[in-house]
Structures are given as C-alpha cells and as structure tokens.
Write a protein that binds this ligand. Structure first.
Ligand code: XUL
Ligand code: CO
Length: 437
C-alpha cells in the first residue's frame, strides 16, 4: 500500500442517524434507494480540485492558513503530480465519484504558454491513469481566465486581442484535457468577463467577442468529437462590478441573442444566486423553465458577509428546494452536485476537508429524502395547480390557447362582476413545509 496523506481518516461509511462518529455519514447512504434510484445516482456529488487541493483558505485580509503537508509549494510538475495522488485518496475515502478542475489548479501556470501546455499534458496523463485505476469520473473541466494579471481586464472580453488569443488558447487546451479525461461537461464561468466602468468599455464589442469565443468552442468541440455538455455559470459582480453573466436570466438572454442556446446549459451556484439578489430556487426555476438546467455548484453564502463565502451547503431548506427541482426535472443527465465550497479559514487541518464534505453530503441526503416525500405527497403541486384553475377552462383557457384578444377580454370583463381572489396561503404552505422538515 502506498503512502497515506490522510492517515487519521478512515474510509467514511454510513452509520445512521444515531452515530456520534464525526468520520461517518449519518444520512448519506450511497446505495440506499430513494424514489427509484440510489442516493449516489440522484446526488452525483463532485469535488472541486481548486478548493480541495489548491484552496489555501486566504481571505481579503489575510493569506492562507491551510496545512498541506504533501505540497512543497513549488510550480514543479512533480508537485502537481503528487497532488493527484492526494486528491484521489481524498475521493476514495470520502466516497465521491466525480470531480471538477480548472487548468491552472491541476497544473502550474508557467508564464509561457507552450510550457504551461506541456505541464498540463503531463498532469493529465497522471489524472487519466488515476481515473482508470479508481473509476472516478470528471464532471467538468474549465479554463482559469481570471487569476493571472494578463486577464485582469478580462479574457474573452479583454480589450486586447493578444490577451483574447491567449484566452482562446487556454480554452482549447482545457477542452483537450477535459476530452482526454472523458469529461461529462465543460464550464464557462465569466471570471473577469464584465467591466468596472463604461468610461473605458465598449460593452457591445466585448459581448460580441465573448459570444464568438463560445461559438469557436462549439466548433472545436465538434471537430475533436467531444460529447460533453457545455455550461455557463452565472455570477453577479465579484470580481467585476458588472458581470455579463450575472444571473440565469441574463445568461439565457445572452445565449439566445447569440444563437448559442442549443449548445449550452447553465451550471447554477447557490452563493452566486444569493449575490444576484435571488434565491437558489429562483435561479434554478428560471433555468429549468428554459430547459437549460445542466448542473449545480452546491454551496451557500453567509447573509452577514457580502461576498462569495463559498460555505458548505448545510442549509436544509435550500437543499430541499434544490432536490425538488432536480427530482422535478427527472434527475441530472450530465450534471451533478459539485461542492464549490471551502472550509472556513479557521478550519485549517486536512481532516477538516472530510468534516466539511461529510456535512454537505449528509445535508443533501436529507434534502433528497425530504424532497422525495414532498413530491410523493403532492400537496404543494395540487395547491399550485388549483391556484391557476381559472385558466383551465372558460376565459382563462382562451388565454392559454392564445385565442384571447384585448377585445374579447374587455367584453368578458365588462359583462362580469368584480373578480374575487382566493388567498395565496403562503403561511399555511410554509407550515406544511416545516411539517416535512
Ligand atoms: C467562482 C466559481 C468558479 C467556477 C468555475 O465563483 O464558482 O470556481 O465554478 O470557474
Ligand atoms: Co462555481
């Protein structure tokens, strides 16, 4: 047996709700069947390489605190390859089947594109071998077009064509890597695709350029035979004041305007939804209504802190809502629940990685069970259906059939008494929700 990087952590097993063992699942029982599928099949948990292996736990006021005894801090390919072993030991012990990466998480940025590409290929060789050995799968890959100073004014929306070409080159290499690793998807998160002031920005040209980058990616996908799903991940502000991909509706509008909707779905992240002034449920509903919900970055924000805190998704109400949407759309196809989440800066020991993920997985297992019970019971669905019943027949039906005109509705309204509304019963419905919790 090779070296263990987490010698104090056993393989995490399901011990049930009565267990007091912090290194055990209380709710997540991978093989347990809920609503016709196993929990593992429903939830499709993924771990992000950037938080698990590269997240140093810095914040805007201080540097990293995370202890990573396996990491020598160098930009060497050897160090990058060693991290792969650590990561796969983590995946094995926590029992997560999928993972996600940015090109620059897995391999070093060497300030020389040819060298960075060569390093990426070497690390991808190692990752491919590890996947082969363990059966773990890549949920999605992506290119980091936001950390390096060259991208400080954007990648696909940079005012500088050389930077744009560099961004395109990175997308190409990251797509090649994702394809080699059998990725089920490829994500575009806007990073610095947005602006801070219109005094220096040509918004129209930037959006045209960004759309062309995505069109080129669609063409390249065809060319290399990559079958994975493309996603756009909405997020408002952070880092730019005005992100072009600010929320689900903005992304869908952009995709429609540029003829890209058939080639993309959305990857919705909880903390991005709340930063946009929406609930996660709102963002998911907008996406699902457009037939465009692809995958989920599961985390949560902190209502008392105004930035993307990327905390672990332990809010039961949110998890129930997320799983109601996922069950409602018949489950994920290419997507899954990627823990785009990090430990608090104070939780700096390697074992905290396990506590964090166990918490997220258990909370989502409960979310799944509660959502399945709500769905099976059908009370909310019946209530909503009844609330719109006046559109099932009579004048309402003429609206849904699109035969109504302003004249026909005016004649109807003139010949009928003042409308009588039924109560929305929000409090009663919230009480029902609490009964399930
Ligand atoms: C940033 C974020 C990214 C994307 C991938 O807030 O969520 O990590 O998920 O680039
Ligand atoms: Co994310």
């Amino acid at each position: 047996m090779s070296t263990s990087y987490f010698p104090d952590v056993p393989k995490i097993a399901y011990e049930g709700p009565k267990s007091r063992n912090p290194f055990a699942f209380k709710q997540y029982n991978a093989s347990e069947v809920v609503a016709g599928k196993t929990m593992a099949e429903h939830l499709r948990f993924a771990a992000p390489y950037w938080h698990v292996m590269r997240g140093v736990l810095s914040d805007p006021f201080g540097g990293g605190t995370a202890l990573m005894p396996w990491d020598d801090g160098s930009l060497s390919v050897e160090n990058a390859i060693k991290r792969v072993d650590v990561f796969f030991e983590f995946l094995d012990k926590i029992g997560i089947d999928f993972w996600c990466f940015h090109d620059r998480d897995i391999a070093p940025e060497l300030n020389d594109l040819a060298k960075s590409n060569a390093a990426l290929e070497k690390v991808v060789d190692k990752l491919a071998a590890k996947q082969q050995e363990t059966g773990k799968k890549l949920l999605w890959g992506t290119a980091c077009l936001f950390s390096h100073p060259r991208f400080s004014q954007g990648g696909g929306t940079s005012p500088n064509a050389d930077v744009y070409a560099y961004a395109a080159a990175q997308v190409k290499a990251a797509m090649d890597a994702t394809h080699r690793l059998g990725g089920l998807g490829y994500t575009f998160w806007g990073g610095r695709e947005g602006y801070s002031t219109l005094w220096n920005t040509d918004m129209k040209r930037e959006l045209d350029h960004l759309a062309h980058l995505l069109h080129m990616a669609v063409d390249y996908k065809q060319k290399i035979g990559f079958k994975g799903q493309f996603y756009i991940e909405p997020k408002p502000r952070e880092p730019t004041t005005h992100q072009y991909d600010s929320d689900s509706a903005a992304c869908l509008n952009f995709l429609r305007e540029y003829g890209l909707l058939k080639d993309f779905k959305l990857n919705i992240e909880t903390n991005h939804a709340t930063l946009a002034g929406h609930t996660m449920l709102h963002e998911l509903t907008v996406a699902v209504n457009a037939g465009a919900l692809g995958s989920i970055d599961a985390n949560r924000g902190d209502e008392l802190i105004g930035w993307d805190t990327d905390q672990f998704p332990t809010n039961l109400y949110t998890n129930v809502e997320v799983m109601l949407i996922v069950l409602g759309m018949g489950g994920f196809t290419t997507g899954g629940l990627n823990f785009d989440a990090k430990r608090r800066r104070e939780s700096h020991e390697p074992v905290d990685l396990f506590h964090a993920h166990i918490g997220g997985m258990d909370a989502f297992a409960r979310g799944l069970k509660i959502a399945a019970a709500i769905q099976a019971d059908g009370r909310f669905e019946e209530f909503v259906k009844a609330r719109y019943a006046t559109f099932d027949s009579g004048v309402g039906k003429t609206v849904e059939d699109k035969t109504a005109t302003l004249e026909s509705l005016s004649a109807y309204a003139l010949s009928h008494p003042e409308p009588v509304l039924a109560s929305g019963r929000q409090e009663m419905l919230e009480n029902i929700l609490n009964d399930y919790m």
